[in-house]
Design a protein around this ligand. Structure first.
Ligand SMILES: [Zn+2]
Ligand SMILES: [Zn+2]
Length: 351
């Protein structure tokens, strides 16, 4: 188990937790409320962003030659984070011994807290230690500041790392459809991330998607970004991973391990395209109910399709951020796709 504490006074600031991978939706803003989304992580887990994140922000124009690439940005941004690397993400319910300080709470958000500077202080010594986020459209989250907090106890946690076979059994993924018929917010984030990796792998060429459900999710956006017409033989995108047969395709949607962040290993020449486990597991193994043994058509009240009835719009901000971190975005064709998203402003990518 891992417990984080205050660097100043050593007081414990969290319950015992196990590390998991940083989720694709860690920084997602989804819609415009009402209210915040669920807790970003399962209870008893934490994730670390190894890269600089949060405020302060530096305008892109201030960067000197070569600095952007040294920081892992391969396409222009509106601004980039100059915040600390190694911020620790957890569910608000796992915090202990820290409280929101109203004097530090930024009141520029809509109806809650949207981050910015640390707004939670250590109860014991008053040091600002964390940032609470709960504004509308944002996942409920707390980020521990690595400058004022540190690991105080370490060891095996409450959630042991599962192997791929156990993951299949124990982590069924997140259904695309919410009870009200809309997409679960994780899906636009997961698909946006995979889409950026697919473009990087394919160089912006059109791609065939034989699996109907994978095609339903990726095809409309892909057609708009790269166009359906091709002068070269099209290459194919298939699912690959634990429990599936060897992929017969050029690109393989492989799962990202939700705890370790590892990708399902793929042998050359198949190019892997990572997809968040909770989406991959669902696409790979859930099938629409089939009328087994029926000799007559299903009546109208038959089980619904598992995908929402309206098209998935990948998350434009996440798409641009992931793509800007991939060196392939420097290829002219991908750069043109990137630039259509107007990444130099606060706007979203309108696919
Ligand atoms: Zn303290
Ligand atoms: Zn609001």
């Amino acid at each position: 188990m891992t417990v984080f504490g205050c660097r100043t006074c050593e007081a414990a600031l969290t319950v015992p937790m196990s590390r998991v991978a940083l989720p694709v939706h860690a920084y997602q803003k989804y819609g415009n409320g009402p209210g915040s989304l669920d807790a970003v992580l399962e209870p008893g887990t934490f994730a670390v962003d190894p890269l600089p994140s949060g405020s302060p922000w530096r305008p892109w124009a201030e960067l000197v030659a070569g600095e952007a690439e040294a920081l892992g940005w391969y396409a222009p941004r509106f601004n980039i984070s100059d915040g600390p690397a190694g911020q620790v993400l957890l569910a608000p319910g796992d915090v202990r011994g820290a409280v929101i300080d109203p004097a530090l709470a930024d009141d520029s958000a809509c109806c809650g807290l949207d981050g910015g500077a640390p707004n939670m202080v250590c109860v014991t010594c008053g040091t600002p230690v964390a940032t609470r986020i709960d504004d509308c459209g944002l996942w409920q989250a707390v980020w521990l500041d690595p400058r004022t907090t540190r690991v105080t106890q370490d060891g095996p946690g409450p959630h042991p790392v599962l192997d791929w076979a156990d993951l299949i059994d124990q982590r069924p993924g997140i259904p695309p459809s919410e009870p009200n018929g809309s997409w679960h917010p994780m899906w636009p984030a997961a698909v946006a991330t995979a889409l950026a990796h697919l473009l990087a792998a394919s160089g912006g060429d059109p791609v065939l998607i034989p699996d109907q459900r994978v095609a339903e999710i990726f095809r409309p956006t892909l057609d708009r970004l790269v166009g359906p017409v091709s002068t070269t033989p099209e290459r194919t995108l298939v699912l690959a991973g634990p429990g599936l047969s060897e992929p017969a395709g050029d690109f393989a949607l492989v799962p990202e391990h939700p705890q370790t962040g590892e990708h399902w290993p793929m042998a050359q020449p198949v190019k892997p395209v990572p997809l968040a486990w909770d989406a991959w597991r669902h696409l790979a193994f859930h099938r629409d109910p089939k009328p087994v043994g029926r000799s007559v058509p299903l009546p109208p009240e038959a089980p619904q399709a598992l995908l929402p009835s309206y098209r998935l719009e990948p998350d434009g901000q996440i798409f641009l951020t992931v793509l800007a971190r991939l060196p392939e975005v420097r290829q002219p064709r991908l750069r043109a796709i990137y630039d259509r998203g107007r990444p130099y402003s606060y706007s979203y990518y309108a696919f």
